[in-house]
Design a protein around this ligand. Structure first.
Ligand code: SF4
Length: 918
């Protein structure tokens, strides 16, 4: 923070911070200096020459955006001279502006400025710009991208798109070609997509003329209203401005001042909203009769569910045979009510959510070691970090806005270590990549710790004051030499040493980890080994450090934290810790026994011991591992209620009642992102059709089952007020405080500012954390002659999880099918070609996918996405689970690959998926 300076702005003295530009100083004083190339988040360039000002004593005009204020500086922002110059610049630009754009793009900043300066637009377009891509050149046009239209006949050469793509997304799609009169802006290849555009829309936002525009923004009727809310996709939790007209979403833009995304979005958050209005959206309740779905009134559907659930829980044993699955796409308020319903109305702790199959190991490991099972720091720390260690995560594909921020920091010089079987995009930006064999994170992490200890790179103060069992840990890790780990993991010993040194020496350093750590038989142990590294190096409790689990779905953190877990109550309290106070608040007993988690429910069902399942916004038929056994289990459950937007695979094949609910664009509430930030979700639309909010359905069902007390809320805010009473760490967060930006918990009082950095002076459970000594247990999924490849599974940039939402948007054009990624050497050996459908068989099942060659793959390893029902990839994944919390081992599957129709494999492992889609 610089000192305060006094400047004279248009004759008035102003106090401004040292280091700010004249333009920023003027704006903070309420003086608007025109500019077309200045954008929050981009370095100022002075390209448009419209922000020129007069500075007393200077011989020429100064560009206000690139000139810093100085003590005593006297500035005239709108003198006759500078206004005349602006007029001249605008007239020149207007002459080249194409007439066709005049009506279409009237509200663009350029046209607004022309009107302000009284400059008419003529038929236009013939006269070349002095420096711009419209003049004298054949301007670039591209209408092949489903979301972005490029027509650079309207370009005025401000280069905002070039800078936005470089400085925000780091994608380098746009380039300035030639010089002087010949200067023009074009992508690096013939189309946006061919140039590597990832559809973030940053260039669109930076373009003042509409030369680049959202396809939605070109509709004749633009948005009539804008509503601020939170993205319905990943756990980054970007804030959106949702533009609507006549009950439909027409455009989405990023919230410029959101602390998480700071005016940036990814292709999903910005453009993939078409699912809301998809023609197959189910908007009336349905029941299945004689195998056919029939639309019914809400009362009938709820009456049926209530009566069947009442019968199911009629005995004590019955209560143990009924389960509820909450939704990472529902709000905190809804998830809180869902688990309350399970515990109070159904009398069971059989409630779970998709955290079970993703970050339950993270929550368990971090809770045990640090006392709190959630991210230690904030995304705003990315810009403070000197190094990043990415373990089993691919942020630019799966958490793209965070990925772009990490990429920018790395481009600025921060060090980077990537521990992942694949050469993910970020691994191409330098640093060290450790291509670990799937299932072998633990040896590599232990060996990194070995190097840190052996080479004296530990933080002595952290060891002395904040960790426990140091001697025992040191003896344990002494065995884990890099050579020992190299033999197990396939990573070179030298690479392990280098990675350890980079991470330990560049303080502060942040660790991001993902499902590549957790979705293993030793997922919890893997996270513990990650936490060890932060503890050894003192990378906790300070800005720019910590451990960051990248949460997959927008509110998976919230769903688990609201108590949608068979062993934990709201606020992350165990049943023993939290039961007393909650029983008082709810005026009901809470069962003492831990409930069954999702996979245990399936185990019981397979034995014919499960009577009813209510799944809210969660398609386990597609996403659970080991599809054939999952389907076998689901087929035995006599009553399955599905609450969702669409007839998903679970509803289609196993549902008895379908309850249609609102998307997050149609309701109020809060989400909790991956950095513990609670943010407001606001309805931008009325509910589509007869859809209801999930919380309304829960309340109505409770009442239908005869339990009104505790389920008669009028609004999501009223539910949140009860949550504040149930969860001390969120007691200080009310809706008024969430008007913009949100708050990170713990936030225990109304005046508490929230907590960006945990564990500053102690851990949540005490002063010291115990370094974990986790013995390595290899996965039972082994390669051999019969199954020579190791397959990992994951998501892609353009599709989201089960694809329920993104497959109903134009993202389907950007990534139409699931693929199998293979190293080119392997494909040559097998005689398989890029794009060819290939048959993949594991010990558990078989699928057919199109082959994609990827030079970033190690030979002998494969990667596949799981996002389309056509591919049904989880036919391949098996029954192995994390020993502590039951999370499935999606990341290690031994498979073989061959041509479709290859006859030599044994049949009957499972039917191959019939269609590849797309
Ligand atoms: Fe949405 Fe995540 Fe993309 Fe942000 S990064 S826009 S939260 S999907």
């Amino acid at each position: 923070m610089g000192s305060v300076l006094g400047v004279i702005l248009n004759g008035q003295e102003r106090l401004v911070r040292e280091g700010v530009s004249i333009l920023e100083a003027a704006r903070s004083a309420g003086v608007e200096i025109p500019s077309l190339c200045f954008h929050r988040g981009l370095k100022p360039s002075g390209a448009c020459r419209l922000c020129v000002v007069e500075v007393e004593g200077w011989e020429s005009y100064a560009a206000a955006c690139t000139t810093e204020v100085a003590q005593g500086m006297r500035v005239q922002t709108h003198s006759e001279g500078v206004e005349a110059m602006r007029q001249t610049v605008l007239e020149l630009l207007a002459r080249a502006y194409p007439g066709a754009a005049r009506e279409r793009l009237r509200e663009k900043p350029f046209q607004r400025l022309l009107r302000r300066y009284g400059i008419p637009l003529r038929a236009g377009g013939e006269e070349p710009l002095p420096c711009g891509s419209a003049g004298g050149n054949v301007a670039f046009r591209d209408d092949t991208h489903p979301y972005v239209r490029a027509d650079l006949t309207s370009c005025i050469g401000c280069f905002g798109c070039v800078r936005a793509c470089e400085e925000i997304q780091g994608q380098f799609v746009w380039r300035v070609w030639k010089r002087g009169q010949q200067t023009r802006v074009e992508p690096v290849r013939e189309t946006l997509l061919a140039s590597g555009c990832v559809g973030c829309g940053a260039c669109v936002d930076a373009c003042p003329t509409g030369a680049l525009e959202d396809v939605g923004g070109l509709e004749p009727d633009g948005a009539a209203e804008w509503t601020r809310t939170v993205c319905p996709y990943c756990g980054v939790g970007c804030e959106l401005e949702v533009g609507t007209r006549r009950g439909r979403i027409v455009q989405i833009q990023p919230a410029g001042d959101a602390p998480v995304n700071r005016g940036h979005l990814c292709v999903k958050g910005r453009y993939a909203f078409g699912f809301v209005h998809a023609p197959d959206r189910v908007t009336r309740p349905m029941v299945r009769e004689a195998g056919r779905w029939k639309e019914v009134a809400w009362e009938e559907a709820l009456g049926l569910v209530a009566s069947r659930l009442k019968v199911a829980i009629g005995t004590l044993e019955g209560r143990c045979r009924v389960g509820v699955l909450a939704s990472a796409r529902a709000t905190n308020e809804e998830n809180y009510l869902i688990q309350k319903f399970a515990r109070v109305v159904l009398g069971t702790n059989n409630v779970d959510c998709c955290a079970r199959v993703c970050h339950a190991p993270t929550a368990a490991a971090m809770r045990e070691m640090l006392g709190t099972g959630a991210a230690t720091n904030a995304f705003e720390d990315i810009e403070e970090a000197e190094a990043f260690l990415l373990v089993g995560c691919n942020p630019t594909e799966n958490h793209p806005v965070v990925g772009a921020r990490i990429k920018q920091r790395v481009l600025q010089g921060a060090a980077l270590v990537v521990l992942d079987p694949r050469e993910i995009e970020l691994a191409r930006y330098g640093g060290v990549h450790l291509p670990v064999r799937p299932g072998c994170n633990l040896p590599v992490l232990h060996a990194m710790a070995h190097v840190i200890v052996a080479e004296g790179l530990v933080d002595e103060r952290a060891i002395a004051e904040r960790v426990a069992e140091w001697d025992a840990y040191r003896a344990f890790v002494a065995e884990w030499t890099p050579e020992h780990a190299a033999a197990l993991s396939g990573v070179s010993a030298g690479g392990i040493r280098e990675a350890a040194r980079i991470y330990a020496r560049a303080k502060p350093a942040m660790i991001f980890h993902g499902l590549g750590v957790t979705e293993h038989g030793q997922g919890t142990g893997g996270v513990m080994a990650v936490v060890n590294l932060a503890l050894l190096t003192g990378n906790f409790g300070i800005r720019g450090s910590g451990i960051h689990p990248l949460r997959g779905q927008n509110n998976v953190q919230g769903a688990a934290h609201m108590g949608c877990d068979p062993g934990y109550l709201p606020g992350g309290l165990s049943l023993e810790e939290g039961r007393g106070a909650l029983e008082e608040l709810w005026e009901s007993p809470i069962p003492r026994e831990r409930g069954k988690h999702l996979l245990e429910m399936m185990d019981a069902a397979r034995e014919g011991k499960w009577d009813a399942l209510w799944a809210v916004g969660y398609d386990i038929a597609l996403t659970n591992p080991d599809t054939l056994r999952t389907r076998e289990a689901l087929g035995t459950i006599p009553f399955v209620v599905v609450q969702d937007l669409f007839l998903n695979e679970l509803a289609r094949d196993f549902g008895h009642v379908f309850l249609p609910v609102c998307s997050s664009f149609e309701k109020d509430g809060t989400f909790m992102n991956a950095e513990r930030r609670v943010q407001r979700v606001r309805a931008a639309l009325a509910p589509v059709g007869y859809a209801r909010s999930d919380w309304q359905v829960v309340c109505a069902l409770a009442q239908a089952m005869g339990r009104s007390r505790g389920f008669t809320f009028e609004s999501s805010e009223a539910i949140w007020e009860e949550i504040r009473r149930a969860w001390k760490g969120g007691a200080g967060i009310d809706y008024a405080r969430l008007e913009s930006g949100g708050l990170q918990w713990p936030c225990p009082t109304a005046t508490h500012p929230g907590t960006a950095v945990l564990h500053q002076t102690g851990f949540s459970h005490g002063r010291r954390a115990v370094l974990a000594r986790v013995e390595f247990e290899p996965s039972p999924e082994r390669c051999g002659e019969e199954y020579p490849f190791l397959l990992s599974t994951g998501r892609s940039l353009y599709q989201f999880n089960a694809g329920t939402m993104t497959l109903r948007t134009s993202n389907r054009h950007l990534r139409p099918v699931d693929t199998l990624d293979m190293a080119p050497g392997d494909s040559m050996r097998l005689g398989l070609a890029e794009g060819e459908p290939v048959r993949i068989q594991s010990r558990h099942g078989e699928v057919v996918l199109r082959l994609r060659l990827d030079e970033g793959m190690q030979e002998g390893q494969l990667f596949a996405t799981f996002q389309t029902p056509e591919a049904a990839l989880n036919r391949l994944t098996g029954p192995v689970r994390d020993g502590a919390v039951g999370t499935p081992e999606y990341k290690v599957v031994a498979v073989r690959v061959g041509k479709v129709g290859s006859a030599e494999w044994r049949e009957g492992v499972g039917e191959a998926a019939g269609s590849l889609g797309g």
